[in-house]
Design a binder for this molecule. Sequence first.
Ligand SMILES: [Zn+2]
Ligand SMILES: [Zn+2]
Length: 340
Amino acid sequence: MVSSLPKPASWLRVEPGGLHVVPGDFYVDPVRPADRAVITHGHADHARPGNASVLATDQTLAIMRARYGDQAGASLQALAYHEPVEIGEVSVRLVPAGHVLGSAQVVLEYRGSRVVVSGDYKRGADPTCAPFEPVPCDVFITEATFGLPVFRHPPAGDEIAKLLNSVALFPERSHLVGVYSLGKCQRVIALLRQAGYDRPIYLHGALIALTELYQRLGVRLGDVRPMADVAKGDLRGEIVLAPPSAIADRWSRRLPDPVVCAASGWMRVRQRARQRGVELPMIISDHADWDELLATIDEVDAPEVWVTHGREEALVHQVSQSGRRAQALSLVGFEEDAVD
Ligand SMILES: [Zn+2]
Ligand SMILES: [Zn+2]
């Protein structure tokens, strides 16, 4: 089923394959392989394999190549931030989204109307990527992963301090921190370094490739080592990062008496932390929280806001109260908390 969206952006359609920019005949973050794709960032629910031609930042293309190899796309075109390119009748620009390394908002201009597809974004400082830049527009397409008033992220530095306090308190134990492999892992490492932690940080095998890629792309993360190279006893007092799926698994028995931690916006929900066996929840998110969503919508000052990718209803309601037109945009294929 194809649904047409209201003016001024009647040239954008939500189709089964994703968001179709009709006068340029390309898709933004297509959910099915497309002839032409513009990709906001490397998370797997946005950057999928198998497109014929892909336009993205060079960091996002590097991430896609690392994940997908030849399947990253038959033809890959890098576009620097702020550099305009014409696709058909549409002018396309990528602007930093502050979400993960290489992440971009896609600024689309067609016959005097400007639409910004934010992809995923956050406003808090992140030493591993360029900060979000608000772009005034006619239509702002926003994510809403944490689009409920209950979601307010504390300063990430405070959450890192909790971890470091626990490390100091339990020198005989290891600290095992669940982190997503792209973005969260490297941000947690960089935040630990910012806080002055200079010991080696140990990584589960699934986190190594992307962490090394970040380092090759110039993100400074200090001494990171594969956990597999170290004897169990030598991990006492150390910090080990692993994917969320590994923290409750048999794998974690390789660690000496681990304090199980997790860094995620979902750690605001105590029950989730408990269900996952997390002793030390750290609320660190790469998505905008409720206040950041509303502040950003005010800043870009779009008369029309389309909400996707999460808790759409509450945000649509709140934005409508402020006199803007708001509607939920159902984009199929995005997973609520696949990557946060
Ligand atoms: Zn993402
Ligand atoms: Zn996403």
